[in-house]
Write a protein that binds this ligand. Structure first.
Ligand SMILES: Nc1ncnc2c1ncn2[C@@H]1O[C@H](COP(=O)(O)OP(=O)(O)OP(=O)(O)O)[C@@H](O)[C@H]1O
Ligand SMILES: [Mg+2]
Length: 211
C-alpha cells in the first residue's frame, strides 16, 4: 500500500548536532508504528518536522493535510472543560465565521464519545486545571482521536498513565490503525512499543519489525 506519510533523506539539526540524518521512512495506512529512543535523542523534534511544524534541515517530507498531532506538552487550556478542550481539536478545520462555541451537535457527540472511550465520561465537564495529569493526558489523546485525519502522530501520549490505561489507549490507537489510519506514537515503554506493528528506533538501528 502506498505511504500516507514519507520522509526521504531527512535530516534534523538542533543545538549544533544532527539528531536525525539520512532518514528514509514511511508510515502506511493501517499500521501503528512506535518511535522510541533515549530522552533527548530527537523523537519530539522528528514528530514536529513530520507534522510540518518545523522545516527539515535536509531532505523532504510528504504528508497529507489535514494531519492530527498530539504534542508531548499538550497544553490544554486550564479554564476549559475537558469536553471543550477536546472540541478545540476541530478548530483548524472550522471556518472563522463558525467559532467552536457553536460547533454543531455532532462535534459535541464526537468529543463525548472520544472521552468515553478513554474512561473520561464522568469528567467531561470538569475543568482541565482540576484534572489529574493522567486525565489531562487522556483528554489530549481524546482530542487527537476525534480528528478525522488519515495520519495521527502522538508524542508520548501514555507517559503519565498506569499500565492498564496505557494499554487501553494503545488498543484504541491500534483499532484506529486497523480501520485504515496511519498512526505513529512516541513511546518509552518497551513492552508497549513491541506491541506495535513496527518500531522506528532513533539513535540506533533504524527501522525494525516489532517482535
Ligand atoms: N531549538 C533547539 N535548540 C537547541 N537544542 C534543541 C532545540 N530543540 C531541541 N533541542 C535539543 O535536541 C535534543 C532532542 O530534543 P527532543 O525534544 O526532540 O528529544 P526527545 O527524544 O523527544 O526527548 P524526550 O524523550 O525527553 O522527550 C535535545 O537535546 C534538545 O535539548
Ligand atoms: Mg520528546
Amino acid at each position: 500500500m502506498s505511504a500516507a506519510l514519507a520522509a526521504a533523506g531527512l535530516g534534523i539539526r538542533r543545538g549544533g548536532r544532527w539528531l536525525v540524518r539520512g532518514l528514509d521512512w514511511e508510515l502506511r495506512p493501517g499500521e501503528l508504528v512506535a518511535i522510541t529512543g533515549a530522552s533527548g535523542c530527537g523523537k519530539s523534534s522528528l514528530l514536529t518536522v513530520l507534522a510540518g511544524l518545523a522545516p527539515p534541515d535536509e531532505g523532504t517530507v510528504e504528508r497529507p493535510l489535514p494531519l492530527a498531532l498530539a504534542l508531548q506538552d499538550h497544553g490544554l487550556p486550564g479554564d476549559l472543560s475537558l469536553e471543550q478542550a477536546v472540541r478545540c481539536g476541530d478548530l483548524p478545520l472550522t471556518p472563522w465565521w463558525r467559532s467552536w462555541w457553536v460547533l454543531p451537535q455532532a462535534g459535541r457527540a464526537r468529543a463525548r464519545a472520544a472521552l468515553d472511550r478513554l474512561g473520561l465520561a464522568a469528567q467531561a465537564r470538569r475543568k482541565v486545571r482540576h484534572c489529574s495529569g493522567g486525565e489531562r493526558q487522556r483528554a489530549a489523546l481524546a482530542r487527537l482521536m476525534q480528528r478525522d485525519a488519515p495520519v495521527w502522530l502522538a508524542d508520548e501520549p501514555v507517559a503519565n498513565l498506569d499500565q492498564g490505561n496505557a494499554e487501553r489507549a494503545l488498543d484504541l490507537l491500534r483499532a484506529a490503525a486497523r480501520a485504515g489510519r496511519a498512526v505513529a506514537v512516541v513511546l518509552h515503554q518497551d513492552d508497549l512499543a513491541r506491541s506495535c506493528d513496527r518500531i522506528l528506533r532513533l539513535g540506533g538501528a533504524s527501522d525494525e519489525l516489532a517482535a
